[in-house]
Design a protein around this ligand. Structure first.
Ligand SMILES: Nc1ncnc2c1ncn2[C@@H]1O[C@H](COP(=O)(O)OP(=O)(O)OP(=O)(O)O)[C@@H](O)[C@H]1O
Length: 254
């Protein structure tokens, strides 16, 4: 469950004469795989994620999710953005259980899972707090718990730690590694950060400048479970050097 297939996907905003964000993107993601999308600003990383989320329609090609065409957003593909955008008047618990409630699921079904997800992100003692009482990292943890409570087949993450300070970012990367190790949900993760991509992912896909394509698809064979301390290992540094060289080769011409 959670297999993703982008097939010759193209996306042009604003009609045929508009901005061509993506051209001919082919990308297969197996179930339970963690894939990071890396690339220069404006190369179409968010566009690719938004197409899979069903927020935007494609111009060319097809996107299959577990073999079915993607037509609209759905709880099977949970999205986490840079800002958690929690409902400020609801407690942590009510934010996390909001989605299943709206879906009409029974409390007996979602409450145990909501409690488990809050425990997984380390916030069980904050269930009655309001978002304004939390730090940015904690709000993002609530965002992750809120996404996972729907039991999605894929988790789509667009720069989820981009707004956090360096220390909190490391803590969140470790948390995501631990959560993924437990749940093994398929993840598509957009980032600008090479270290973050290598640390988290099974494969790092480097996109070319606009119109974006998958320029390189690099399997990351670092052993799991991983920890943020792995970034100083020689294998890690070798991946980083190779990816940096790749990215320099795919900058837009000046
Ligand atoms: N709704 C839109 N309407 C018109 N153009 C858009 C729209 N969304 C994105 N674009 C354009 O499509 C291109 C790709 O944008 P996208 O946000 O997908 O890139 P990105 O790689 O995620 O960038 P960044 O790393 O800066 O977030 C950019 O040139 C952007 O200006």
């Amino acid at each position: 469950m959670g297999a993703i297939s982008f097939q010759a996907v193209g996306k042009t905003y604003g009609g045929k004469a508009g901005v061509q964000a993506l051209a001919d993107v082919d990308l297969q993601i197996g179930e339970g795989e963690f894939v990071a999308l890396l690339g220069p600003s404006g190369c179409g990383k968010s566009t690719l994620l938004n197409l899979l989320a069903g927020f935007e329609g494609l111009t060319d090609g097809a996107i299959l999710f577990d073999g079915a065409g993607v037509a609209r957003p759905g709880p099977d593909r949970a999205v986490v953005f840079q800002e958690a955008s929690l409902l400020p008047w609801l407690t942590v618990w009510d934010n996390v259980t909001f989605g299943p409630k709206v879906q009409g699921l029974s409390r007996a079904d979602y409450e145990p899972r909501a409690a488990e997800m809050l425990r997984l992100v380390g916030l069980e003692s904050f269930r009655d707090a309001l978002p304004a009482q939390l730090s940015g990292g904690m709000r993002q943890r609530v965002g992750i718990a809120r996404a996972l409570v729907m039991n999605p087949r894929a988790l789509l993450m667009d720069e989820p730690f981009g707004a956090l300070d360096a220390q909190t970012r490391l803590t969140m990367q470790q948390l995501l590694l631990d959560v993924w190790q437990r749940l093994k949900t398929t993840v598509l993760f957009v980032t600008h950060d090479i270290d973050e991509a290598i640390l988290l992912a099974d494969r790092v896909c480097v996109m070319s400048a606009r119109p974006g394509r998958i320029a390189r698809d690099i399997p990351i064979a670092l052993r799991r479970p991983r920890s943020v301390d792995d970034v100083t290992s020689p294998e890690f540094i070798a991946y980083k050097a190779a990816i940096m060289a790749d990215m320099r080769g795919h900058q837009a011409p000046h």
